[in-house]
Write a protein that binds this ligand. Structure first.
Ligand code: FES
Ligand SMILES: [Fe+2]
Length: 364
């Protein structure tokens, strides 16, 4: 199906410049996945979202809080300290802060001294679909935009796997990698997808949707089909639609009916990006499975969790090498131009620029 904004990816070489997009900031008025829920237990966890250092902690009821990761006394990281009851305690002199960010205890406070009137910035934070989501922008806007929805996370018909991407490169390189499906060449030994042809490209102020016709090696239509993830001889190429979307600031993709993917992107600074890649294998093709007791289906879902991890980690390793190369080449020669044939890249760069500009407008 060819849409209105159909693009020809066989156009003559187009010189594109991508200088400013390689150091541009983020629109902070979105929810960013900063950790998996399971990563924050009784210890304090420090994370960074675009230059903002933030400490995550769980109070005694299990509720998550997010405060700026900077002790107002001497500016050291609070995440080097510990949780004491429902409070954060700084490692250096033992000042304590409550979950509202107020200093509530200084161990050596003299009788005539008052507690310092300092307050840590508090960030809106939520737990949803196995992740801790944080809103680094204007807290008043947090209720207006929901975090990206991952309906497959709890759905019993989907088997999930999660892998971490840690990349010493600007987030624009990651998003271009995720949206340009012609890079399947890099992953030939993992047989992820093959022969993509861009059919349609749509662009709005908050997303880019690209539709490719491609081929998949995997078909999940028999109960043992999931073993294709481990045994290459069971795989057979067949045509499948491949849809990828940049839903700012995150990404989702589907390959036919059988696979759904998400990438939750957390830009750290100009040359570092962390992201979670989440892969779901659908069991929707198995009607009989749906008749089984819920407890068994839940057991199966939990038991098979992580079954695509080996493939995901292999793909990530190959992608990270390329993205870090791109970053280094850019740092060495920022003015050198790329030759780009896939119009998806220009759409991705436009969306990054638009969103970063909204972020700036909202801060001013
Ligand atoms: S630096 Fe944190 S208590 Fe002194
Ligand atoms: Fe890739």
């Amino acid at each position: 199906m060819i849409g209105e904004s159909t693009v020809q990816d066989t156009s003559p070489d187009v010189k594109t410049t991508s200088q400013s997009v390689r150091s541009i900031g983020i629109n902070p008025n979105h929810w960013y996945a900063v950790a998996r829920s399971s990563e924050v237990q009784t210890e304090l966890v420090g994370v960074v979202v675009w230059h903002q250092a933030i400490v995550l902690f769980r109070d005694l009821t299990g509720q998550i809080h997010a405060l700026e990761d900077r002790c107002p006394h001497r500016q050291v990281k609070l995440s080097h300290g510990q949780r004491v009851g429902d409070r954060l305690e700084c490692a250096y002199h033992g000042w304590q802060f409550n979950s509202a960010g107020h200093c509530v205890e200084v161990p050596y406070l003299a009788e005539q001294q008052k507690l310092p009137n300092c307050r840590l910035r508090r960030y809106p934070v939520r737990e949803q679909a196995g992740f801790i989501w944080l809103f680094p922008g204007d807290a008043e806007q947090a209720e207006r935009v929901p975090p990206l929805s991952l309906p497959e996370w709890d759905h019993l018909n989907y088997i999930g796997s999660v892998a971490v991407i840690e990349c010493q490169a600007h987030y624009s390189f990651l998003m271009e990698n995720l949206m340009d499906m012609y890079h399947g060449h890099l992953h030939q030994d993992y047989q992820a997808w093959a022969n993509p042809v861009l059919q349609d490209l749509q662009e709005t102020n908050d997303r880019v949707d690209a539709h490719y016709e491609a081929q998949s090696y995997y078909k999940i239509d028999k109960i043992w089909s999931i073993s294709q993830l481990f045994i290459p001889a069971l795989r057979q190429l067949h045509p499948e639609p491949l849809n990828v979307s940049y839903i700012y600031p995150h990404w989702s993709a589907s390959l036919g009916q059988d696979f759904k993917l998400y990438c939750l992107v957390c830009p750290i600074h100009e040359t570092a990006t962390k992201a979670y890649l989440i892969h779901f294998t659908s069991l929707n093709a198995f009607d009989n499975l749906h008749k089984l007791p819920i407890a068994f289906r839940r057991f199966l879902k939990n038991r098979l969790f992580g079954s695509a991890n080996r493939i995901l980690n292999g793909l990530i390793e190959q992608d990270v090498l390329m993205m870090e190369d791109e970053q280094q080449a850019y740092l060495n020669e920022p003015d050198r131009r790329n030759y780009e044939l896939n119009r998806t890249i220009a759409s991705v760069q436009r969306l990054i620029q638009k969103q970063a500009n909204y972020g700036l407008e909202n801060i001013e």
